[in-house]
Design a protein around this ligand. Structure first.
Ligand code: ADP
Ligand code: MG
Length: 241
């Protein structure tokens, strides 16, 4: 794997001010994520995983510190520039799939492509291609309520990949799925990211993610607890692969 830094998080703090209470959700986070790697952010509920995910994904801004993605300092962008950046560089996968309920699978993939200016016939071709990649070539005209949770998450993964982003961000992608389906989704994300050379960052408390990650960032109470490589972890827990 090349060691080119794609995402740089420097001295990031995030404070939520809720009137009387103040939550210090991220404390002096420093992190570099390399192009092509698969990094999982792990930690208990409320430890700050989603908050960090939102900083890396240009969905929220730090209270202090800097986030740089693909050489762009996100903290210097206007909201409009941030929206543009998200559309061009990052594909998102969420716990709740976030599909448009009234539209079939293919339209769910095509619509964001049209919004980012892709020609309709190209968008259609690309949507078929990515839905086939996630194994849903036979479900193009099914609406979300006609698909299982695992299939809906596959549509969300296809949608995330459609615009050929450098980065896929997945926040708790398996949280609403049963064990087997969750495992299929993890393996699919890992397999596609390696095949396509996409950088993947997941925020999760699902320990099955450990098996597919290159590195694991453990966070605790908003601070980095430790950062480990899976190879080292496997040696520690005696897994041979
Ligand atoms: P995790 O994803 O690890 O479960 P979060 O990042 O969602 O944790 O939350 C970290 C802390 O920040 C929690 O104490 C949570 O209540 C708080 N928090 C997260 N988002 C907000 C928000 N928008 N407003 C206020 N507090 C928030
Ligand atoms: Mg979360």
């Amino acid at each position: 794997m090349s060691q080119e830094t794609l995402i740089k998080v420097k001295d990031v703090n995030k404070v939520f001010n809720l009137g009387k209470t103040v939550v210090h959700a991220l404390k002096d986070i420093n992190l570099e994520i390399f192009r092509g790697e698969y990094l999982s952010i792990m930690g208990p509920s409320g430890s700050g995983k989603s908050t960090l995910f939102n900083m890396i994904g240009a969905l929220d801004t730090p209270s202090s510190g800097m986030v740089e993605v693909s050489g762009v300092n996100l903290t210097k962008l206007t909201p409009r520039q941030l929206a543009h950046f998200r559309g061009n560089h990052i594909g998102y996968v969420f716990q709740s799939y976030n599909l448009l309920p009234a539209y079939d699978a293919i339209s769910n993939v095509i619509l964001p492509l049209l919004f980012s200016g892709v020609e309709p016939d190209k968008a259609h071709k690309r949507a078929v291609e990515v839905l086939e990649m996630v194994g849903l070539g036979h479900r193009l005209d099914h609406r979300p309520d006609e698909m299982s949770g695992g299939q809906q998450q596959r549509v969300a993964i296809a949608r995330a990949l459609a615009n050929e982003p450098a980065i896929i961000l997945a926040d708790e992608p398996t949280a609403n799925l049963d064990l087997n389906t969750g495992e299929e989704i993890i393996n699919l994300i890992a397999d596609l990211s390696r095949r396509l050379g996409v950088t993947v960052v997941t925020a999760t408390h699902d320990h099955k993610m450990l098996a597919t990650s290159d590195r694991i960032l453990w966070i605790k109470d908003g601070a980095v607890d430790r950062l480990e490589r899976r190879e080292d972890l496997n040696i520690k827990i005696g897994v041979v692969n």
